[in-house]
Design a protein around this ligand. Structure first.
Ligand code: ADP
Ligand code: MG
Length: 289
């Protein structure tokens, strides 16, 4: 394409709410055949809510209080839900540690406290009582995310967190498919929650329980298979994957890290923008009229 055509394409992108890093990006957009979609904050709103607390009645409040104390220091969408779900006095946490893609830990009231995926509690070597194991299973079955809260050597409660699929995500996936792209859902969340979201938007291929570092490796594996990969994300635990992809697409409402790692930014955070971008590049480069 001529430089003029590329400039016109870039300008048209801006009108559509698609910010393009440079004219050469339209070229990589055109050849993409696979689009990897991050779940939380990309396909879903990422505005999570705390829908239930499962714990012995005498410590239910304590479970939420300790979790809120730690999550106050985390930027994860789950953290916001947990903080909003407790309306008492939140103590300050000491020795806070964020374990990417797993959860958070630290000292609350001087006692080691862990909040996150069941795998994080397992890793700590702390027992999960059978009743809480059931709560984890039930939450996952319902397409929700269980957050296990433990302190002083044992899991003591499960916070059930729920996310909502963006109203335009299903149509976006249909459009991407219509353009000949294969959509894949990639997430650090549990397999069943991921499948529930995938089913709602019409995605068949799901990679779940993937740690942040493994998201990059997954993108690289697809590339090794000869696929040309677009990755759409919000930058929470997926910035390296956005940078690795042949085309990184950031959600406008996502983090600065996402925008910095990406070639395109969809200002509105509406996933249909990803399909618009592909159409735009093909048009600009004269593939379709
Ligand atoms: P996604 O790929 O869906 O964006 P992440 O990689 O950010 O998810 O996180 C994967 C999983 O790790 C979450 O579903 C959650 O179970 C757990 N997790 C991550 N951060 C936190 C946190 N701050 N508090 C509790 N759980 C967390
Ligand atoms: Mg994410």
């Amino acid at each position: 394409a001529t430089p003029t055509a590329l400039m016109v394409g870039t300008g048209r992108g801006a009108q559509l709410g698609i910010l393009i890093r440079g004219p050469e990006v339209l070229e990589s957009t055109r050849v993409v055949d696979t689009v990897v979609l991050d779940k939380t904050g990309t396909v879903t709103t990422g505005e999570m809510t705390l829908v239930a607390t499962v714990a012995d009645g005498t410590i239910e409040e304590e479970v939420r209080r300790r979790a809120a104390a730690l999550e106050g220091a985390s930027a994860h969408p789950i953290a916001r839900a947990v903080v909003a779900g407790f309306d008492g006095d939140v103590p300050a946490a000491d020795d806070f540690r964020s374990i990417d893609g797993l959860g958070v830990r630290g000292l609350v009231d001087g006692v080691e406290t862990v909040v996150g995926r069941p795998a994080l509690i397992e890793e700590a070597g702390w027992p999960l009582p059978a009743s809480l194991g059931t709560a984890v299973d039930e939450a996952q079955e319902a397409g929700r995310t269980p957050v296990v809260v433990g302190w002083d050597g044992a899991a003591r409660g499960v916070l059930v967190v729920s996310d909502t699929v963006k109203p335009t995500s299903a149509e976006a996936v249909e459009r991407l498919r219509g353009l000949g792209l294969t959509p894949v859902l990639l997430t650090g969340d549990n397999e069943r929650a991921a499948r529930a979201v995938a089913a709602q938007v019409g995605i068949a291929e799901v990679e779940a329980e993937v740690l942040p570092a493994d998201k990059v490796a997954y993108v690289r594996r697809l590339q090794d298979e000869g696929r040309v990969v677009a990755m759409v994300g919000d930058g929470v635990n997926d910035a390296a994957a956005l940078a690795q992809a042949d085309l990184g697409i950031a959600m406008g409402a996502g983090t600065d890290v996402a925008r910095e790692a990406s070639d395109l930014t969809i200002v509105s955070g509406d996933l249909r923008g990803a399909a618009d971008a592909v159409r735009l590049s093909r048009r600009t480069l004269g593939i379709i009229k």
